[in-house]
Design a protein around this ligand. Structure first.
Ligand SMILES: NC(=O)c1ccc[n+]([C@@H]2O[C@H](COP(=O)([O-])OP(=O)(O)OC[C@H]3O[C@@H](n4cnc5c(N)ncnc54)[C@H](OP(=O)(O)O)[C@@H]3O)[C@@H](O)[C@H]2O)c1
Length: 255
């Protein structure tokens, strides 16, 4: 039999935080098309209803649940619903994340808390709750969506870089602690055209500057990132844990 990501994802319970837009939404779509039971998390009813309707066309058991991932109480309540409905989680994609571009000297406590509470605290406690539901007799997967800025620093992104650097070491720490039944890896993209980066790509000068720094001379697409997530979610990556797969077109490869 030939190797197949699709066969390995079919029938799995896959939970994606921040699955109403961008990378998370495309990941949910692809997993549902492969026959996974997909759970999508977001904060707003409209986006959740739309994505749930779409996912059900390919995978009728898929569901969208409202939760703010920066709140531990909401994470716990969401996982209670997941437990009651599915009993388990096979794959968790910690994708919900946010960024603000601010000079370090001007960062406020509110900004710090917003970014760190979602990108770091949210990913940690979703992993903790998912781990409680994962079957110790199976190979389960956690995939953290990090960034190239978890590997290198950047001006005006000190809090975001701090958060993604933390995600990188969270990935390694959980990989060591939860082996062998939970494999934990990260995907670290460069600039991908989504709502999070819309403003940057719309500004011609910024766009040009960004593309000059990427050896492959293009911005990433959601397909580039989802491809990496699907690989790490599948059994083709079952000897890989604690790693970070850069999807950065070579940004961090040079100086
Ligand atoms: N785009 C890039 O260039 C890029 C590059 C490197 C890494 N990343 C990382 O990739 C991930 C996804 O980015 P993206 O560009 O796809 O973002 P996006 O288009 O802004 O989508 C973010 C998703 O997260 C959800 N979300 C935001 N805050 C949330 C909260 N407090 N609780 C629950 N859900 C929340 C949003 O849904 P609601 O608004 O409905 O809640 C949405 O579904 C992030 O971790 C980001 O840091 C992105």
């Amino acid at each position: 039999m030939s190797y197949s990501i699709e066969n390995s994802i079919k029938g799995k319970v896959c939970l994606i935080t921040g699955g109403t837009k961008g990378i998370g939404k495309e990941c949910a779509r692809q997993m549902a098309k492969m026959g996974a039971k997909v759970i999508v998390i977001g904060r707003y009813e409209k986006g959740l209803n739309e994505v749930e309707e779409e996912l059900k066309l390919s995978s009728p058991e898929s569901v969208a649940i409202k939760a703010d991932i920066s709140s531990l109480a909401e994470i716990k309540e969401m996982f209670l619903q997941v437990k009651n409905r599915f009993g388990t989680v096979d794959v968790l994609v910690n994708n919900a994340g946010t960024n603000r571009r601010t000079k370090a000297i001007e960062v406020t406590e509110e900004e710090w808390d917003t970014i760190i509470n979602l990108n770091v605290k949210g990913a940690f406690f979703c992993s903790q709750e998912a781990a409680k539901l994962m079957d110790p007799g199976k190979v389960n997967k956690i995939i953290n969506i990090s960034s190239q800025y978890g590997h290198v620093g950047s001006s005006n992104r000190s809090v975001y870089c701090t958060s993604k650097g933390a995600v990188e070491l969270l990935t390694k720490s959980l990989a060591v602690e939860w082996a062998p039944h939970i494999l934990v890896n990260a995907v670290a993209p460069t600039f991908i055209e989504t709502e999070l980066t819309k403003e940057l790509f719309e500004d011609e000068k910024t766009r040009k500057n960004l593309l000059e720094r990427i050896p492959l001379k293009r911005g990433g697409t959601v397909k580039d990132v989802v491809g990496a997530i699907l690989y790490l979610a599948s059994d083709l990556s079952n000897m890989t844990t604690g790693s970070s797969l850069l999807v950065d077109g070579g940004w961090t490869a040079g100086s």
